[in-house]
Design a protein around this ligand. Structure first.
Ligand SMILES: Nc1ncnc2c1ncn2[C@@H]1O[C@H](COP(=O)(O)OP(=O)(O)OP(=O)(O)O)[C@@H](O)[C@H]1O
Length: 263
């Protein structure tokens, strides 16, 4: 395969995820964390999930990623369309902490998932070209040989974004990936993620109503104890949105839902 072809990975079909009457209980807990959970995450769109601390947002993402199988009991329906592969094989996960390996260069961190799939430490030339192309897209081509500790927090999250894109999965789960950043860096990274994750099915957890308003096609507020998910009609304009009067009204509605949750 030529380097040029490799720089444009094969697009994956978009995935729609539907949860119906989902109930999640940790095995060491008597009561469920989530109950009567009904959510639709449309193919190729961003679904933002908000809710008070401890309501089960991360549990939901970790369940979708197949990371809780030994720790929980689940009932209800989890449907994916098309249903040709297991959901956990179609997911890339981007966490609040960038989880970069401190002893690996920026380039090798982006290549990490390719290394796991490769024989020994061998990574094909075309994958390196692809990783460098992604680093260029996130504006870090000149930093490919640096170590993570030589980068700012915003730069490190951009490396994490490039690593997520390198996995080329149709579903991207993001657990507060921008929350530790200053306002301007966060704003820029929201724009970048919005552009680069086009066509992916994205589920973003955030505590920031303005972030949800900027990026979401669909908003759910998790509330109650155990938590259910309330759907909030969002704006029809294209993302990333600028904050206007409509956005301010939506923010009021989000805040009202969050304030009335005494779960
Ligand atoms: N491995 C576990 N075993 C048992 N209970 C757990 C486990 N992980 C989380 N919990 C509990 O599940 C509930 C939901 O936690 P979770 O981390 O999903 O909440 P969250 O909404 O993501 O919170 P935050 O906004 O603070 O990140 C909490 O009560 C937590 O203590």
């Amino acid at each position: 395969m030529s380097a040029n072809v490799a720089a444009f990975p094969v697009p994956q079909p978009s995935i729609k995820i539907t949860i119906a009457q989902g109930c999640l209980r940790y095995l060491d807990s008597k009561t469920p964390t989530l109950n009567h959970l009904n959510m639709t995450m449309p193919a190729g769109q961003w679904t933002c999930v908000l809710g008070r601390s401890g309501c089960g947002k991360t549990s939901l993402l970790r369940y979708l990623a197949g990371l809780l199988d030994q720790q929980i009991e689940w009932s209800g329906e989890l449907k994916i369309e098309p249903a040709n592969r297991a959901l956990k094989d179609q997911i890339a996960y981007m966490a609040q902490q960038d989880l970069l390996m401190p002893w690996l260069s920026v380039l090798d961190n982006v290549l990490l998932s390719s290394k796991f799939g490769a024989r020994g430490d061998f990574v094909a030339y075309d994958q390196k070209v692809q990783a460098l192309t992604l680093l260029e897209k996130v504006g870090l081509a000149d930093h490919a040989n640096r170590l993570p500790q030589q980068l700012s927090g915003g730069m490190r999250q951009r490396v994490a974004l490039a690593r997520t894109l390198m996995q080329n999965k149709p579903v991207v789960l993001m657990d507060e990936p921008f929350s530790a950043l200053d306002a301007v860096t966060r704003y820029r990274l929201q724009d970048l993620a919005c552009t680069l994750l086009q066509d992916k099915t994205v589920v973003l957890i955030t505590h920031d109503p303005q972030e949800a308003i900027r990026l979401a096609h669909h908003i759910y507020i998790m509330q109650g104890n155990p938590s259910t998910a309330a759907f909030l009609t969002t704006l029809e304009s294209s993302t990333p949105r600028t904050f206007d009067a409509e956005g301010a009204q939506l923010q009021q509605r989000i805040m009202a839902c969050l304030e009335h949750d005494d779960g």
